[in-house]
Design a protein around this ligand. Structure first.
Ligand code: PAF
Length: 283
């Protein structure tokens, strides 16, 4: 049985957080959709290293799922999540119902242009408006000093940084490093969907990203690295490679086709069976 305090309304959330802040205590929020793993827990520990109090939100946000995506099937286990959070040092779990977030008549959607358009945005046209809207709401509801997000969803992280700057939201966004299994696979709640055979193919994504980063560092051209990497992933057993892109790490503009001359981020999404995996590395 978890002992962590759980609140379900924004009024309760605000009242706990404002008491903390009135006492001069800094607060850090970690937004999640539950199905927690070590990646999320590392973000909670990061939050605790930044602030005296950690709030985690748990809300499987319907508006960021496309019509044929896994909203219904998305893994949900609040009790287990609450127990894990307690162990990671979280002080308060905010787990609102859908009506608390999207009451009848809700009609606002936040669109971040630029960073939201390529890669995930091209593949999932409504996804980032759903993310931008829920993240704005959570940041406004919680009024935390800091908010932590994983670098695993690198495009999402850059979009949130842009959004917070553009809307003057007084919360400092902090990215946490990707947590990986021993064989390099980035932890993700969706890894649970992989069959045994698909799981054995999955680490090829990180291997390919790493060798692409090495090749770029040694002067290979972006176009050669991108096309060779897509071929490598297909050969390793991925069914579809949605993108394997070398991008500017800040605004996510494409780099290349020639050699890179400064920092870059290689960002990829590929599908095995019915599961899409996302990963990225810095160059
Ligand atoms: O990264 C996630 O889990 C979600 O996109 C987020 C940031 C919690 C918004 O629903």
């Amino acid at each position: 049985m978890s002992l962590i305090k759980i609140v379900r309304t924004r009024m309760e959330l605000r009242s706990v957080v404002s008491e903390w802040r009135a006492a001069g205590t800094a607060v850090a929020l970690t937004p999640t959709m539950g199905a927690l793993h070590e990646g999320h827990l590392s973000l909670v520990r990061l939050a605790r290293s930044l602030a005296d109090r950690s709030v985690v939100s748990l809300f499987v946000n319907p508006t960021q799922f496309g019509p044929n995506e896994d909203f219904e099937a998305y893994p949900r286990n609040e009790l287990q999540d609450a127990e894990l959070l307690e162990g990671a040092g979280c002080d308060l779990l905010y787990a609102p119902a859908a009506e608390e977030i999207y009451p009848p008549g809700f009609s606002t959607s936040i669109e971040v242009s630029g960073v939201s358009k390529p890669m995930e945005g091209a593949k999932r046209p409504t996804h980032f408006a759903g993310v931008a809207t829920i993240v704005s709401k959570l940041l406004i509801q919680c009024q935390a000093d800091f908010a932590t997000f994983g670098e695993k969803d690198y495009q999402q992280l850059q979009l949130i940084r842009r959004l917070v700057r553009d809307l003057d939201i007084p919360t400092t966004v902090v990215g946490g490093p990707i947590v990986r299994d021993e064989d390099g696979l980035a932890l993700s709640s969706r890894n649970a969907y992989l069959t045994e055979n698909e799981r054995s193919v999955a680490p090829a994504l990180y291997r390919t990203l790493r060798s692409a980063a090495e090749a770029l560092g040694q002067g290979a051209t972006v176009s050669a690295v991108e096309s060779r990497s897509i071929h490598e992933l297909r050969t390793a057993g991925f069914d579809v490679v949605d993108y394997f892109d070398v991008r500017n790490p800040e605004d996510l503009q494409p780099l290349g086709p020639g050699r890179i001359t400064g920092p870059a981020r290689i960002i990829a999404a590929a599908q095995i069976g019915r599961t899409r995996l996302l990963d990225n590395v810095a160059v």
